[in-house]
Write a protein that binds this ligand. Structure first.
Ligand code: GLC
Length: 754
């Protein structure tokens, strides 16, 4: 007679070992893979496995569910995307209620705030929404490196720099998890572009892997203990990351002490036995293919029970913390109004003012704008793909300007509305799920029109917009570069308005770096709004009006040309003849491919700011750059000691010397002595954002530096090494605007094991 539930071990009442011991092989396999994904066109073998129990219907639109084992008290938990907010279906069959979520600003904007407290507050709001909609784990943050502007998912990632990436990701994770739901720090590692992502082999030298591509994950994992880590689709140095014991057992668990569970990206990897053996605990979303292979492997002994039990234990330890296991009674009614206000505030804090000639901005609220650019009327709130959010509304720039008290030319507005309506009728609508819209062409005007508009308005505002999304990398033409139409519009609007001594402001509604050198001198001000979420228009108007003083700084270099990026030389990689047809990805038909990261550690400012590059014109706007409506001075740089022993406290005072309140981001760069290893001229090692400083108000910020902040990775020794000698401490308003400098000496060489 089968044991009744009250005789069977129960999760939470009995030990995990006892619960696992009661699981059948079938239950173990079903638990180690998800309960499947309903995605149009999936090949049969990738269809959902037949499992006992799940709550797939609990949160429609969620990315995946684990398998329940009710007889052992194991519930099914829910995992939903993504980095800009919770992505679930906004409508459900036979339900009158809606399930909209807040579209927060994209990750790149949040990183551009350089404000870990702000990012944590956004994380808290996302965590509440996830919890109140019945989600247990939010599949965020994503922190792959902005290696090249053409990376399709850069919008979902933070920076070219691993320290900014790691610190911001840790803040986001801590914020989300403070609400009792989990996260998934992703995609470990080197998913830096989308081309052939399911199969591409990324060849990275060990020093670059450690210092650039893993460092952000190391910081985030050590400083926020994410419930889960998601591996990436690609291979690194010949092995799928989801199948790499070196990555998942040695580095992640033994070296970094990670204690949560590891989940694959959806349908990632090839060999489920290898994935489980490597330490990839959960295979999402789960497929018939995996179920069959794993059952056979368990029965044949190819997959050892101890491996299964280890992976199951890792997952159960997290389920024990989950709202579902704890019986949280979620409301399905998060406070979206409060979250909208958080999204609006966060958006304005991450916008970056690149140019402001003769204090064009802020604009007095009595001004009448001539609003140009289709994206002014069709704001791009975020990227597409799994990082999208089903939001209730989008505030366009027009709405934002009017709500802020500005007037806008109705003639221009109606011209654009009619133009956009006509273009949409002609546009080939994207039918594939998750794919970005086709960009609308720009509306053209005669010189006479523009001259009349200039006479009728006070200032021109033009938005340049860019879609970006998962699955596709960005185009060069019309992606990084402006289109001929956009260039023409900027030139002619500027000419018309400047002839009447009126100014022109460009707003960049973008998900990543665009070319600016060829047109920036034609306009008076440039504000990067990024993709600022559902409150876009309000947030942009808050900055343009001066209600919010812009305080964002670039977390990624804006170079003059694509060819200035060392990574461009062999982007996106080469296709290889697959070893056998089977090797072709059963998901997307991606072919075997390979790319070598020949630029090694020379990514972003590490390359652009090198003394050898000085004087060349490759930088338009450097890493860490951003203007304000006020000015700040830096003073009283102090070190707790001029001789480094084990740590150092560094303080600096920031004073607002302008006429309006503002926030400043102080950046700490360290130049280290070289021995065997070539090193960047200086590397960011800490940053701090002041509170809102009133005119003449000061704040002293404090940085604590330990020896790990001084090290470089020596691949020969496989250790982190800090050389003896003279170190320079540089406090900058950007990586090239160093305001104060001092130094300290380190007498002995330090080698830190892994
Ligand atoms: C996607 C993404 C990942 C996302 C997952 C679930 O393909 O790469 O970021 O969390 O699948 O939607």
């Amino acid at each position: 007679m089968s044991a009744t539930n009250d005789q069977l071990p129960q999760l939470g009442a009995n030990t995990i070992t006892e619960v696992i011991a009661a699981m059948t092989p079938e239950e173990k396999v079903n638990f180690l893979i998800g309960t499947g994904m309903d995605f149009p066109g999936l090949p049969p073998k990738l269809q959902a496995p037949v499992v006992g129990s799940t709550n797939k219907g609990k949160v429609p639109g969620a990315a995946g569910n684990t398998c329940a084992i009710p007889r052992l008290g194991i519930p099914s938990i829910v995992m939903a995307d993504g980095p800009a907010g919770v992505r679930i279906n906004s409508h459900r069959e036979n339900e009158a209620q809606t399930f909209f979520c807040t579209a927060f600003p994209i990750a790149t904007l949040l990183a551009s705030s350089w404000d870990v407290d702000l990012v944590e507050s956004v994380g808290k709001a996302m965590g509440v929404e996830a919890k109140e909609y019945g989600v247990d784990i939010l599949l965020a943050p994503a922190l792959n490196i902005h290696r090249i502007p053409l990376g399709g998912r850069n919008f979902e990632y933070y920076s070219e720099d691993p320290w900014v990436s790691g610190k911001i990701a840790a803040a986001m994770t801590n914020g989300i998890q403070s609400q009792g739901v989990g996260t998934s720090v992703k995609h470990l590692v080197a998913n830096n572009h989308e081309w052939n992502r399911n199969v591409i082999n990324v060849k990275i030298d060990q020093r670059a892997l450690r210092e650039i591509y893993l460092k952000g994950f190391e910081i985030a994992i050590k400083e926020s203990c994410p419930w889960t880590v998601m591996t990436s689709y690609n291979k690194v140095n010949g092995t799928y990351t989801s199948e790499s014991a070196e990555l998942l057992s040695t580095i992640l668990r033994e070296e970094w002490g990670y204690e949560g569970f590891v989940v694959t990206d959806w349908l990632a990897g090839r060999d489920p036995v290898a994935q489980l053996n490597a330490g990839n605990d959960l295979l999402m979303p789960g497929s018939i293919y995996q179920q069959e292979i794993l059952l056979a492997a368990i029965r044949s002994g190819e997959l050892e029970a101890s491996i299964c039990d280890r992976n199951i234990e890792n997952i159960l330890n997290i389920i024990l913390q989950s709202p579902t296991f704890l019986g949280y009674q979620y409301s399905n009614a998060p406070d979206l109004k409060t979250d909208a206000a958080i999204a609006r505030s966060a958006a304005s804090q991450g916008m970056v003012l690149l140019r402001n000639q003769l204090e064009t901005l802020p604009v007095s609220e009595k001004a009448c704008f001539g609003v140009f650019g289709v994206t002014s009327y069709e704001m791009i709130t975020g990227g597409t793909g799994s990082g999208n959010v089903n939001r209730a509304y989008t505030i366009s720039l027009l709405e934002g300007l009017k709500s802020a008290g500005f007037s806008c030319s109705e003639t221009i507005e109606s011209r654009y509305n009619n133009f956009i309506d006509a273009q949409k009728l002609k546009r080939v609508e994207v039918t594939e799920a998750f794919m970005p819209h086709q960009a609308l062409p720009e509306c053209q005007f005669s010189d006479e029109d523009l001259s009349n508009f200039a006479a009728q308005t006070d200032i021109a505002l033009m938005t340049i917009g860019r879609h970006s999304g998962e699955f596709v990398d960005r185009e060069e033409e019309g992606g990084f570069f402006l289109t001929a139409e956009e260039e023409d519009l900027i030139a002619r609007v500027s000419s018309a308005y400047h002839k009447q001594s009126k100014k022109v402001v460009v707003v960049l509604n973008i998900g990543g770096v665009v070319e600016t050198a060829s047109w920036r001198d034609q306009v008076d001000a440039i504000l990067i709004a990024w993709q600022p979420g559902q409150e876009s228009g309000h947030a942009i108007a808050d900055v343009l009006s001066g209600r919010v003083n812009p305080s964002g700084k670039l977390a990624t270099t804006f170079a003059r040309r694509l060819t200035d990026y060392p990574s461009y030389e062999n982007f996106p990689g080469i296709t290889l003849i697959p070893a056998d047809e089977e090797e072709k990805s059963p998901i997307s038909g991606d072919k075997e491919a390979e790319i070598s990261y020949n630029d090694s550690i020379w990514v972003g400012y590490r390359s652009f700011n090198a003394p050898s590059h000085r004087g060349n014109d490759s930088i338009c706007y450097p890493f860490g750059f951003g203007l304000s409506y006020t000015d700040f001075t830096y003073s009283n740089l102090t070190l707790s000691d001029k001789q480094f022993d084990s740590k150092l406290e560094i303080t600096v005072t920031i004073t607002n010397t302008g006429d309006v309140a503002g926030k400043e981001v102080a950046q700490l760069y360290i130049s280290a002595p070289c021995a065997d290893l070539a090193k960047p001229e200086a590397e960011l090692r800490a940053f701090a954002k002041t509170q809102l400083l009133a005119p003449q108000q000061s704040e002293t910020v404090c940085f604590n530096i330990d020896v790990a902040n001084l090290t470089s990775f020596d691949p020969e020794l496989s250790k982190w090494v800090a050389e003896p000698g003279s170190y320079r401490v540089k406090i900058g308003a950007s990586s090239l605007d160093i305001r104060l400098e001092t130094g300290f000496n380190k007498s002995a060489r330090t080698e830190l094991g892994l």
